[in-house]
Structures are given as C-alpha cells and as structure tokens.
Design a protein around this ligand. Structure first.
Ligand SMILES: *Cc1c(COP(=O)(O)O)cnc(C)c1O
Length: 355
C-alpha cells in the first residue's frame, strides 16, 4: 500500500528544549489509516495534524474500544534519529487489537508509516540529552452506534509529541502508595493490554495517592490483594539479596518492553533474575531483615523510576535512605546509552530512521 503525504503550510513554532514537558505539544503532521469491513485497513496517509471529527454517538466515546502504544524517537550525538524496539510496540498493539476485537493491521506498514512521518517531522526531535519525541499510535472504534458490540469501522492514527527530560533535576526516588481498596486489573480481564479503560480505572486510586502525598500507586493483584503487580503505569523490580525480582506476567500485568529489556540486560550481566509472584508481605519482611536493597519501576516514559518510600496500611518503609541504588542507576544508564546511540545496541533493538 502506498502511503500518501499531504503537507501543511502552517508550521507551528517549536518550543525550546528546556520548556518541554510531557504530552502537551504536537507536531505538524500525523499518520492516519481507516478500516471498514469492505476495504480492510486502507488509505494510509500522512496529513496535517488535525481534529478527528466524530458523531456524539461514536462507539469509542461510550464503550472505550480504544487501544494505544507509547514509544520514543531519540536524536543521537551524531544527529541521527532512531527508535527503540518499535517492532515490539506494533506487535503489542496487534495483541491489544485481538483482545479488544479490533481488526489486526500490517505491522510493517505501520512501522513504514511511522518512519515516513518522523522523517517529515525530523526537526521536531529535540536535541538535548534526555529529551525525545514521544510517539502515540492509537486505534479507536468509529461506528456511530449505541448498541454494545465491536465496531465495524476504525481509525488508526499516530501523533508525535516532543518531550522533555524526565529527570531534569536529577534522578530522585519516588514515594509509592499501596492501595487496598482498588485494583487495576483482574484475572480474565484486560490488564495485559494497553486499552483506554485500564487507565480510567486507575485514576481514583491515583488521586487518593496524590492526596496523601504519594506519587504513584503500587497495585496488588485483583484476586487476593496480596501479590505485587505494577507501579502506576510501569512494571516493577526489586533487588533482594542481590537477586533481581519482578512479578511474573499473569494476564493482569502489562508486558513492558522496558521490563523485557531490563531482564535481558540483567541476564547478560550475569545477575540472578527471577520472574515470580512476590507478595507485599514478603517485600516488607525482606525490608525488616535488611535484605531489600532496591525497588524501581520501568517504562518508556521514565525508563527507570527509583522507588524510595512505600506505604502499606500503617507501615512505611524507606529503601536506600533517599538515594538511588547502583542497580537502578546502572539500568538507567545502560538503557539510555543504547537509546541515544552512545553504545552498541543488542541486535534488533535500534531502528535508524535518518541516513
Ligand atoms: C505501557 C505500560 C507499561 C510499560 O511498558 P513499556 O513497554 O516498558 O513502556 C507498564 N505498565 C502499564 C500498565 C503500561 O501501560
């Protein structure tokens, strides 16, 4: 399929790298593609960034049949632009599609469309180390219909947003709140896919955490409220007795690409890595015995997010006394060095965009 390009003649001003936050500024163009049962996915095109006009009855607005991805393009020191494991994001978007009864798309075409879009928008990829171009592929249900069923028509779009360094003031540990009243996802549900409703369902607990002075929620499993699942919208890792432990993928945990990258790098560095169930009680016991060395989240936005304080009921533990542990620091450096092209990447992890 041929991807057409229609350029805008109204280019927006670019904010300074130091003024960049997260998710507020969008580039001049976007990728669009439509689906209907007769034509399948068709009309892949790059167009000016613009609103999607939809009827108030459009299904996505009512029943949340929407899926998305998040990845980044990085500018290297020698002025190349590159993506980190983008094939994994499109593969996961198709997993989300199957799960949410959305027709699958051609992953190669989507990657080609993304690369074409970024080539057109290359001046939007910020230069300062730590900044990047955030990429948001999304698919939404488009039928104007109020019955509950899977939509027949869909829109696939990709928008781009230059984002600032996640840690402009340095790498500081965050405080996390263990919620006992809310769960993010349940057994048999859709916790393992990036679908809109999971994030709507996480908001109440997030606000509760914020009101209490905590940055993120630590989610426990939806069946027994006992086993640790994720932190905010990141995967979570612990270092206990020099062993790297992360909850095993169980259907309610999202399979993070950063998580997979950390596990793979840890194995290469001959660290002991275990994917298994870990309960909140085991974590607090490990802390009491002086064996809990580090805790950190992993995800595309922050890469690695060190955890300093965890509150569970009336108990509060402090990990690392306000300092970031050496293992979290090392993974942050190893991953960002690969993303910004400072070191050679494992095979297949980097997709170069510019020549
Ligand atoms: C996106 C996401 C992650 C992290 O996935 P990455 O591929 O590493 O960005 C973890 N948990 C949830 C709930 C997510 O939505």
């Amino acid at each position: 399929m041929n991807i057409t390009i229609t350029k805008t003649d109204q280019l927006k001003p670019h904010p300074k790298d130091t003024a960049l936050g997260f998710g507020t500024v969008f580039t001049d163009h976007m990728f669009n593609m439509d689906y209907d049962p007769k034509n399948g996915w068709h009309n892949p095109r790059i167009e000016p960034y613009q609103p999607i006009i939809m009827a108030p009855s459009t299904m996505v607005l009512h029943y949340g049949q929407a899926i998305f991805e998040g990845l980044k393009a990085f500018r290297t020191e020698d002025n190349q632009i590159q993506l980190f494991r983008p094939q994994e994001n499109f593969k996961r978007l198709n997993l989300s599609a199957r799960t949410m009864c959305i027709p699958e798309f051609d992953e190669e075409l989507a990657l080609e469309g993304l690369k074409k879009l970024i080539r057109l928008e290359k001046d939007w990829v910020p230069k300062t180390l730590g900044t990047s171009l955030y990429i948001r592929p999304t698919i939404v249900a488009m039928d104007p219909f109020l019955g509950v069923r899977a939509s027949y028509t869909y829109r696939f779009f990709i928008i781009l947003s230059p984002v600032g360094a996640y840690y402009p003031e340095g790498f500081n540990p965050v405080k996390i709140w263990v919620t006992k009243d809310h769960v993010r996802a349940v057994r048999g549900g859709v916790g393992f896919v990036k679908t809109a409703g999971n994030y709507a369902a996480s908001l109440f607990a997030g606000e509760e955490a914020h009101k209490n002075g905590y940055t993120q929620v630590l989610w426990l499993d939806g069946v027994e409220l006992k086993y640790i699942e994720e932190v905010g919208s990141m995967n979570i890792f612990f270092v206990i007795n020099n062993e790297l432990i992360t909850p095993a993928l169980n259907g309610s945990i999202l399979s993070g690409i950063t998580r997979d990258s950390v596990i793979s790098m840890a194995k290469k560095q001959n660290m002991k890595v275990t994917e298994r169930k870990i309960s909140i009680d085991e974590l607090f016991d490990a802390h009491a015995e002086g064996k809990l060395q580090e805790a950190f989240g992993s995800g595309t936005a922050a890469v690695i997010s060190p955890v300093g304080i965890i509150k569970y009921n009336d108990r509060v533990i402090n990990i690392g006394e306000g300092n970031v542990g050496p293992i979290a620091k090392r993974f942050f450096k190893d991953l960002t060095d690969i993303q910004y092209g400072k070191v050679e990447a494992p095979k297949g992890w980097i997709e170069k965009i510019t020549d």
